[in-house]
Design a binder for this molecule. Structure first.
Ligand code: SF4
Length: 379
């Protein structure tokens, strides 16, 4: 059964980001100047600021983005750790090192093993963990995840999940167990390309995935993460436009939630997948700056996929959430090398080293997410 389009999917169809991106790509320097003068960007401005012409004015973009980040988030960068609980997967996504048909070393942690990994991360200072798993409805069932979250909630203040998508009942159970965040990257908002790279399994259902953050928010999840995997679709600008529109939609519709965005770039993995159109560092920085300017309320997440020098620079411009000291294999913090990782990381510094870098740059490394403003105000 295929899921019917959700609210944002219908909005996205009206926006036609492909056409917007194509118009924007032909922007002139004068168009860029006009867009940069506006206090509040339109999606047309976003398309202009993602253009090659705007790429020539990256320093101006970065200065504006830095100002917007400081206004909304101050000098604080939140640090979190991914905790991979399983690399079992029943889906076939051509770009992923956990895809079903790959002959890799697979492992699903027991609840006790997850708790051991989590304790090690808490000892390193983390208070916000992101539980990550492949899509395996038997090994990583709703009951299993509820049991994991219930166990961790006694010593981990903030628990988010990056797993398969769920029904609203299951999101409600996970919230009841103690989860506060859900991350579901769409990977690409281009339906045709999505169908090409998601060959089999639950994740193949484009609309189920796209509506998942709406179901999670309705069920009471208070942190929502969306994003696109850059390099997957031929037109990265259209995907960045879609991420911008998605974040703005969630910020306005679910005003009690915190929304974050991310633009992971494809990294080497057991899949051997090569990006269709690689996105360079300058374009990557440009995209993050434009996201910051379009939706100042959304946090921007940067993982250890990116190299240290680039992460250090982006923490001063647009990024508000960073993972640190990450392992992308189940059990990898306590027993590295026993299972295959999802992808190779680039920034191998410890959490303490990343925190020291932020400190030296005049930023506060925050190991626990601040409470949403409405919760603080209602206390
Ligand atoms: S991206 Fe997720 S669903 Fe797809 S193969 Fe990888 S782990 Fe499985």
């Amino acid at each position: 059964m295929v899921t019917a389009p959700g609210l944002f999917a219908r909005h996205l169809a009206e926006l036609d980001v492909g056409t917007l991106a194509a118009h924007g790509a032909a922007a002139t320097d004068a168009d860029v100047t006009a867009a940069l003068r506006r206090d509040r960007l339109t999606l047309e401005d976003v398309a202009v600021l993602l253009s090659p012409a705007a790429g020539g004015r990256l320093e101006e973009l970065a200065t504006r983005a830095r100002e917007a980040t400081l206004r909304r988030f101050g000098r604080a960068v939140r640090l979190f750790a991914p905790l991979y609980v399983s690399n079992a997967c029943l889906s076939t996504c051509t770009y992923c090192g956990f895809a079903k048909d790959l002959a890799i070393s697979r492992r699903t942690l027991s609840v006790d093993e997850v708790a051991d990994e989590a304790r090690g991360l808490v000892d390193r200072g983390f208070r916000h963990l992101l539980l990550v798993a492949g899509e395996h409805r038997v090994e990583v069932s709703a009951d299993y995840l509820v049991a994991v979250v219930e166990r961790l909630r006694t010593f981990v203040p903030s628990i988010a999940l990056e797993t398969q998508t769920w029904s609203d009942d299951t999101y409600a159970r996970l919230v009841g167990a103690g989860a506060d965040g859900v991350v579901h990257y769409q990977e690409t908002y281009d339906r045709a390309r999505y169908a090409e790279v998601h060959r089999a399994g639950w994740k193949r259902d484009f609309d189920r995935r796209l509506s998942s953050t709406e179901r999670a928010a309705e069920a009471g999840v208070r942190r929502l993460g969306v994003g696109a995997l850059l390099g997957l679709a031929p037109d990265w600008r259209a995907d960045v436009l879609a991420v911008a529109a998605h974040a703005a939609f969630l910020v306005r519709r679910y005003w009690r939630t915190e929304v974050t965005v991310a633009l992971p770039r494809i990294k080497p993995s057991a899949s051997g997948f090569q990006p269709q159109v690689p996105v360079g560092d300058a374009e990557f920085v440009q995209a993050l700056c434009v996201l910051r300017l379009y939706e100042p309320e959304a946090g921007i997440v940067l993982s250890t996929r990116e190299p240290a020098a680039l992460r250090d620079g982006l923490a001063r411009i647009a990024v508000t959430h960073m993972s640190a000291g990450s392992s992308t294999e189940p059990g990898g913090y306590s027993h590295p090398g026993e299972a295959t990782e999802q992808f190779a990381i680039s920034d191998e510094r410890s959490p303490a080293e990343v925190a020291a870098m932020l400190d030296a740059a005049g930023y506060e490394p925050v190991f626990r997410d601040a409470l949403p403003l409405y919760e603080v105000q209602s206390r």
